[in-house]
Design a protein around this ligand. Sequence first.
Ligand SMILES: [Zn+2]
Ligand SMILES: [Zn+2]
Length: 377
Amino acid sequence: MCRGGDRSARTHALALALTRSLIGSSFMKALQKTAPSFGVEFREVPRPVPRPGEALIEITAAGVCGTDVHIFEWSGGYEFMAPLLPLTLGHEFAGRVIDVAGDANGLAPGALVAVIPSAPCGSCAHCLSGAAESCERRSAKGTSADGGFAPWITAPVVNCLEAPNGVDDELAALAEPLTVAQEAVLKGGVTRGDRVLVIGPGTIGQAIALYARMAEAAEVVVVGKNDPLRFETLRALGFWDLVDIGDGDLETALASRFTSQKFDIIFEATGVPEVVQQSLTFLRKEGVLVVAGIHPRRASLDLTRLVRERHQIRGTQRAPRNVWPRVLDSLATEGERFRHMITHRMSLDRGVEALELARTRRASKIILSPVVRKRSS
Ligand SMILES: [Zn+2]
Ligand SMILES: [Zn+2]
């Protein structure tokens, strides 16, 4: 194994050969999307080799996300992936650094890291002008490049963030969805005393509720639809203002519970287009609606009302890089609270079963273990 720093390609090749001989075969089994239709396959693929500036990581925890479920079902929104298949899924992952090629930038083998799954291209006009967050040729592990549902992955050293003390691999694997939620809460501008409504009780909705509470919102109400398991998770996280709309619609369910008061900030984390218009009824004048779901269809909006109420609608997706250290800090201090979000832990070879559990909402957050770590370490 190497300790980083510049060295010849020959030395590096020798180090890799040594790593491989320690690990074994140059193949591994990964959970891949192979065709633009329903399903995934657990199949043998070549083990990745780090290029200069990359780390080789042994993945010990990888979260199953709603995105993975959409891609598994092929239910719309990810058609751009079709020409890139086969592709290993998974974008929420953490593990141990095995090797670093080229400049290690302080990253040592053995470090537990959370990996930022998306990387700017470095060569487009945005990247060259220093606005890498707006890069239009961004590569994203799990959707446009091979992801974390595999025992090993390579990632740019600059995308590997060392987990702080007290943060283990499964908590580090939560970092990615937590950054999405933290960014949504920052976009919404939640401040002390706000009344917050979160529509969608999944991982993102749960984490938005947690970060809204950490931002000292006075009230956080979470809405779901026939979702007993995820409501159970929310109760474990300390949320009791829960509204199950059952088989009815959002407007009727909320109207029966909240008559006069309106919400300052509403978060949409369902991916159901109709929810966007329905939720505006419950937004106060000049309130903010943050749309975080991935919507397979267009929504229709009453723009006259939007204008008269001076409502703000803000879209949010992945978080910029500066949100990651903030989230890792919150995991270091509130990790045990966040751990309640994890409802299932399974080995990677049960990945198809895991996707089915998530798809049928019999699980909230599932953590897959591509490589089973020794619990004592
Ligand atoms: Zn995700
Ligand atoms: Zn770029």
